[in-house]
Design a protein around this ligand. Structure first.
Ligand SMILES: Nc1ncnc2c1ncn2[C@@H]1O[C@H](COP(=O)(O)OP(=O)(O)OP(=O)(O)O)[C@@H](O)[C@H]1O
Ligand SMILES: [Mg+2]
Length: 337
């Protein structure tokens, strides 16, 4: 089965062709980072308009890179939520109407299920069950994953998501958007241990997170220095270490409490090199297997949507003749295919 996957939930237009037996055949991504950079964050209306412009050319490119024409496609998967409503509608409208024109089914994919399943695109995929740590721009969640569609949220952020904390802290340090990669680079120049930030909510039981306090900590620490590049690098290193340690402590706790031995980490923040290193070390030490997507599939992409959609299409799922998008959509609402 050939599946066309379409991702437009935020500021990336992602398109991919996935084949149920042959795997991923092609994928293309257009990032709107430059469009939003001057504003320091995503401007929803600009995002929607850009998706409208980029989608059809990207679909044509993905089809020709996969060596097929549109009449060979058996189903279309698209991100229906959560995300920005206008951006979601751009993808949903193209996906649903193209499927209708071709007389094939289309299926609405949950964006976070896409992230969660992205490591299954790798050559040595994790077996079920596992714990998923979803760390992105809008979410920080620990999920017990029994099978595709069987998700139990064990904990989540009570305020800022991990990626959001990276973005806001980067802004305070005068760095560009998105802040995660910028903080990662600056932290490499930082002196580990000059500043020590708290590991929020790790001193009490439970698996929830809270990252908003780290912003205040960044501000007060910065104000007490002369704000040189070295000061900022030392702060970036301390901030990154605090976020990574907090995510590590809670992930380890989730594994211990459930007795599971596999941890899947996904979402934009899973590209963080310090986190990948520390989690792999923890895994080796404690006997857990840790799985990450390849770097290009940590952030938003069409491949993860094509993959997740393919599993549902194979099980016979199909959308009714309507264009559906859900800006808010709890992951725990999903059912198995
Ligand atoms: N190397 C990195 N280190 C830390 N954070 C990173 C890194 N690379 C990207 N990020 C962060 O990842 C986030 C983007 O991830 P992603 O695209 O998955 O989020 P989103 O799609 O905006 O949100 P969601 O998936 O929750 O809807 C941004 O906050 C960005 O700063
Ligand atoms: Mg995302």
């Amino acid at each position: 089965m050939y599946v066309l996957g379409i991702e437009t939930s935020c500021d990336e237009t992602g398109v991919a062709i996935f084949h149920s037996q042959q795997g991923l055949l092609s994928h293309h991504l257009y990032s709107q980072v430059k469009t939003h950079a001057d504003y320091g964050g995503v401007v929803p209306e600009l995002a929607s308009r850009d998706h409208v412009k980029k989608l059809i050319p990207l679909i044509s490119r993905a089809l020709s890179a996969a060596g097929i024409d549109k009449y060979r496609v058996d189903g279309i998967a698209y991100t229906a939520g959560p995300g920005l409503i206008g951006a979601l509608l751009a993808g949903a409208a193209v996906a649903r109407s193209l499927a209708w024109a071709l007389g094939i089914p289309s299926v609405a994919v949950h964006h976070m299920e896409g992230h969660l399943l992205a490591p299954l695109l790798e050559p040595d995929p994790p077996e079920f069950p596992f714990i998923a740590l979803l760390v992105s721009g809008g979410h920080t969640q620990l999920v017990e994953v029994e099978a595709i569609g069987r998700y139990k949220i064990l904990g989540e952020s009570l305020d800022d998501a991990a990626g959001e904390a990276f973005d806001k802290t980067a802004k305070m340090l005068g760095l560009g958007y998105p802040g995660g990669p910028e903080i990662g680079r600056l932290a490499d120049e930082g002196l580990a241990g000059r500043f020590v930030f708290p590991r929020p909510m790790t001193d009490r039981p439970g698996l929830n997170f809270s990252f908003s306090g780290l912003k205040t900590h960044t501000l007060t620490t910065l104000a007490a220095t002369s704000s040189t590049r070295q000061d900022k690098a030392d702060i970036a290193a301390a901030f990154q270490e605090a976020v990574v340690d907090t995510l590590l402590i809670k992930s380890q706790r989730a594994l211990e409490e459930t007795g599971l031995v596999r941890l899947v980490v996904a979402g934009g923040v899973s590209a963080n090199r310090r986190m990948r290193k520390k989690l792999h070390e923890m895994g080796r030490e404690k006997g857990y297997r840790i799985y990450f997507p390849r770097l290009e599939f940590c952030g938003d992409n069409g491949a993860m949507i094509a993959y997740a959609g393919c599993q549902r299409l194979l099980a016979g799922h199909a959308e009714p003749l309507e264009i559906r998008a859900r800006p808010r959509w709890p992951l725990s609402d999903l059912l198995p295919p």
